[in-house]
Design a protein around this ligand. Structure first.
Ligand SMILES: Nc1ncnc2c1ncn2[C@@H]1O[C@H](COP(=O)(O)OP(=O)(O)O)[C@@H](O)[C@H]1O
Ligand SMILES: [Mg+2]
Length: 241
């Protein structure tokens, strides 16, 4: 088996008296789409914050290409090729989508060791080609979310973390997100995606990790996950998903 691109080893996290992740292990292979699901407060965003260097874990390591990157500052982790899209969008509102992409590329793209897509390709993938001359504050929320994704792609990521980017979108817009993620995976970009929409997870993920109350309760294919009694219990108090 090839070496995983990213590994979380024996991870533990503490916020004061609150302990999360008692030594969990997760690994991701190149080009894989890994889903992370779990009820509110189960630790999904915290996991991303540990990967990106925003939080330092109390125990364990983040290994990227075989090297320990635990606790490096977020900008260094981004430059090594781990990109991120946040749950809350914060694009540069006074700039057009294209300018947003250019700023991101000028800052991080020249360091990014990952996969370089052209500005035009990024605009196309994120459905922004027709909107390139509109300032971002005049765009609707789904397009602002696309600008956020476009900015992350401009940094040449090799791994990209999506935190509930479908939140608040229509069925059609969610379909576009699924298509985009599949296209990125085809280009060799590894994706870790937090989503609460089961259909999304079932449709695009190769593998799924389920968190519950700060613990990893299951890992497997989407099919295995939706039949797993522990998952059914955590989500629906025993009723079938
Ligand atoms: N900076 C922090 N300080 C204290 N507690 C935190 C902090 N960040 C997250 N938590 C706690 O950790 C738990 C997991 O949070 P989070 O990772 O945001 O959950 P999720 O993204 O799965 O909804 C929650 O109980 C949350 O209150
Ligand atoms: Mg969250």
């Amino acid at each position: 088996m090839q070496q995983p691109i990213l590994e979380l080893q024996n991870l533990g996290m503490r916020f004061g008296g609150l302990e999360l992740f008692s030594g969990i292990n997760i690994s991701v292979s190149k080009g894989e789409i890994l889903g992370i699901i779990g009820t509110n407060g189960s630790g999904k965003t915290t996991l991303f914050n540990i990967i990106c260097g925003i939080y330092k874990p109390a125990e364990g390591q983040v290994i990227y290409h075989g090297k320990d990157i635990t606790g490096l500052p977020p900008y260094k982790i981004a430059r090594q090729g781990i990109g991120r899209c946040f749950q809350m969008v914060v694009p540069f509102e006074s700039m057009t989508p294209k300018e947003n992409i250019r700023v991101a590329r000028a800052n991080a793209g020249r360091y990014g060791k990952g996969i370089e897509l052209s500005v035009e390709e990024i605009m196309e993938l994120t459905n922004l080609t027709d909107k390139q001359d509109i300032t971002t504050n005049n765009l609707a929320l789904p397009d602002k979310k696309n600008v956020e994704i476009a900015r992350a792609l401009a940094c040449n990521p090799e791994v990209i973390l999506f935190d509930e980017v479908s939140c608040g979108l229509s069925g059609e817009e969610i379909g576009e997100r699924m298509k985009l993620m599949k296209q990125l995976a085809k280009k060799g970009i590894t994706i870790i995606v937090i989503e609460h929409i089961m259909m999304f997870i079932k449709e695009i993920c190769d593998r799924v990790v389920v968190l519950h109350a700060g613990e990893l309760i299951a890992q497997g294919t989407p099919q295995e996950i939706i039949q797993n009694p522990k998952v059914i219990d955590a989500y629906l108090g025993g009723r079938k998903l």
